[in-house]
Design a protein around this ligand. Structure first.
Ligand code: HSE
Length: 328
């Protein structure tokens, strides 16, 4: 039986834990035996059980005082799933946790943007040097397979550029302002209530969150070592209802578009006019990415880019890839 150590039991962490239990029969069919969460780590302590930690166990059962590094040494899991709170400035503490696992030869799956945003080169190099998987599909566009699409499916056809909507909260706000005439603040409040927004929504509406995902995508998919500071960034805070109405009259929607180009190495996140019939004009909290490729034109993929359960599906698929790699 494969054993998982899970760090972080918030929105995504809990959703992943629940999904793993719900999908147990299918996982057993795919992997021989369903993997189990044998440890949950939160800021408040550690819960370890070789028979499987339940989703509610962190409320009910006995807590141990154990650091993440000590837990990695004690548990020696088959996969370390790192879903602690994202810090876009430093990438910590997630980056240190991921490094500690890789140093010990333990495969890592994460949906935490901060570590990959700030330490892409050093973390992926460490993983390669150790020959240990480091997968992070959930860091970009929630449930949409952007990184894995490139890595598995488009592997014979290099991506040269991408354009897309990488922040669900800002797209939700722009959609609600356009379609219901809502004020910016009211639409933001709705997005927060629906669980799309970050703890500090400044990073959603200011374009920081989209820029972080763009940087991870550009490094992974374009092979361009962009940093956060290289991205020209403008948010949607100053988009008025009047501007949205005017754009609509001319057949356009205003969308927060993230763009990066391998040849020019230019990258930006900014509000743009998008023809209403464009494949980039998705509504509500949806995300979309259009990949331009070297040999076969463009591919557009859209879907749910925010939400605990949605992001947990990306984490689970990475866990399956890791475990399959080990068992086949
Ligand atoms: N706050 C993010 C969004 C969640 O709105 O897209 C996913 O990173």
């Amino acid at each position: 039986m494969s054993r998982i150590l899970l760090a972080g039991h918030g929105n995504v962490g809990k959703a992943f834990h629940e999904l793993l239990l719900e999908e147990a029969p299918r996982l057993a069919a795919l992997l021989g035996e369903a993997p189990k969460v044998v440890g949950v780590l939160r800021r408040s302590g550690a819960w370890l059980d070789e028979n499987g930690v339940g989703v509610g166990a962190t409320l009910l059962s006995r807590r141990q005082s154990l650091s993440v590094v000590d837990a990695l040494d004690k548990v020696r899991p088959d996969v370390f799933v790192e879903l602690t709170t994202s810090n876009l400035q430093t990438g910590e503490p997630g980056a240190s946790y991921i490094r500690a696992a890789l140093e010990r030869g333990i495969p890592v799956v994460t949906a935490n943007k901060g570590p990959l945003l700030r330490h892409y080169e050093s973390l992926t190099t460490l993983a390669k040097r150790k020959g240990v998987p480091l997968r992070f599909e959930g860091t970009v566009a929630g449930s949409i397979p952007t990184l894995n699409l490139h890595e598995f499916t488009l592997v014979g056809n290099p991506v040269t550029r991408f354009d897309g909507i990488l922040n669900g909260t800002s797209n939700y706000i722009l959609t609600r302002m356009a379609e219901e005439g809502l004020a910016f603040a009211d639409a933001l409040k709705e997005a927060q209530e629906l669980g799309y927004a970050e703890a500090d929504p400044t990073s959603d509406v200011g374009g920081h969150d989209a820029a972080a995902k763009l940087v991870i995508l550009a490094n992974h998919v374009l092979g361009v070592p962009l940093s956060f500071e290289d991205v020209q960034r403008e948010g949607i805070e100053r988009i008025s209802a009047a501007a949205i109405r005017l754009a609509a009259k001319e057949g356009y929607a205003i969308r927060l578009i993230a763009t990066a180009d391998a040849a020019t190495r230019q990258a930006s996140v900014a509000p743009r006019l998008v023809p209403v019939d464009s494949s980039l004009n998705v509504r509500g909290s949806l995300n979309v990415v259009r990949f331009a490729t070297a040999h076969a034109g463009s591919f557009t993929i859209s879907g749910k880019g925010a939400g605990g359960r949605e992001t947990a599906t990306a984490v689970l698929s990475d866990v399956i890839h890791v475990l399959r790699g080990r068992t086949t």
